[in-house]
Write a protein of this length. Structure first.
Length: 132
């Protein structure tokens, strides 16, 4: 059964959504609903999606569902840094090119500091202060 945790990252102006275990669409939709509620309360548009502990390789379909649902629920540009294992990064690279046209900027990272640096690049935050 999938577990998820959404936490506000005040210093980074984003919500960190951590997914663990096998994913079902229903559980993913619930996690997204809660994540977007947090984003809207804070007027943020950035998500760090941590899929490193998902069992198996994140499939193209699962990630595409996440990205499509994200785009449909937001009326502003959305920035998503996906923290993933190396074998998951190729899928993310394919999808990031597709989603640019939908107002979603998505990038895959295997390093947490690099993901936070990318998300916070327009905020003038130094990389030394990025580790949660």
């Amino acid at each position: 059964r999938m577990a998820y945790k959404g936490e506000l990252m005040q210093d980074h102006g984003c919500v960190r959504l951590t997914l663990e275990g096998p994913m079902t669409r229903t559980e993913l939709e619930l996690a997204l609903y809660e994540t977007f509620a947090k984003l809207e309360r804070k007027s943020w548009n950035k998500i760090l999606l941590d899929v490193m502990r998902i069992e198996g390789t994140l499939s193209m379909t699962e990630l595409f569902v996440f990205v499509c649902l994200s785009g449909e629920r937001r009326k502003i540009d959305l920035h998503i840094a996906v923290l993933a294992r190396r074998e998951q990064l190729r899928v993310i690279e394919i999808i990031q090119d597709v989603e640019k046209d939908r107002g979603i900027e998505l990038r895959g990272f295997s390093d947490q500091d690099a993901a936070f640096t990318w998300l916070c690049r327009d905020q003038g935050i130094s990389s030394e202060s990025l580790t949660p």
